[in-house]
Structures are given as structure tokens and as C-alpha cells.
Design a protein around this ligand. Sequence first.
Ligand SMILES: [Zn+2]
Length: 121
Amino acid sequence: MSEHQCDALVVCCIDFRFQKYIRDWTDKNLTGKNYDLIGFAGSTKDLDMVLKQIEISVKLHEIKQIVLIHHEDCGAYGVESMPERHAQDLKKAKQEINTKYPEVRVYLYYLHLDGRFEQII
Ligand SMILES: [Zn+2]
């Protein structure tokens, strides 16, 4: 067992417009839990890079839960920033994570410009 364990990992985009929404969401939904936070342009768009970070988080902090957040009007996706594309990439990321770490629960969200979190099933 590692010295410092962590409950969850949150992966989101760097976009400043959404950070307060994400903070409010984690305050409400990860209450009393601690979590690692990773920000990449496009969130999981560069999946290989994200998987490397996840590997570290899982091994070092033994996280049990991962929250992947994509958002509307994402500059990293440009004209491809459509809800369907984000849902597709989120599901792909979840699949790859669960192939490597079947015991980790993965939750997917599409964050709208108005701050609404839409869960992707
Ligand atoms: Zn973005």
C-alpha cells in the first residue's frame, strides 16, 4: 500500500471558462474525497498522454474512480467539437482505461457552456 492514497482522478480540459464549473461540481459530487486533477487541452483527446498520467495516478495513489470531462466549444477540437465526437472519444477512453484497470470506475461527462454537466452513458 502506498503512503498516500487518493479516492479519485479528474481529467478535464485546460479551458479557463470551465474551471469554476468543474470546481463547483467536484465540491458537490466528490464531497469529502480527495482527487488528482489533470488538465490537458481537449481533455482525453491525446489519449496516450492521458493514459500515462492515469497509470501514475493508479499506481501511486491507488485511485478507485476516474471522472473524464469534455466540454462544449472546445478549441482543441475546433470544428470537430460536436457532442457526438466528444461522446465517442469519452467512451473510447473509458474502454481503454477499463481494459487496463477493470477495478476502476469511470464516469463520463459533457460539460455545456452554461455549466450543465451531462452524463454520457
Ligand atoms: Zn477545451
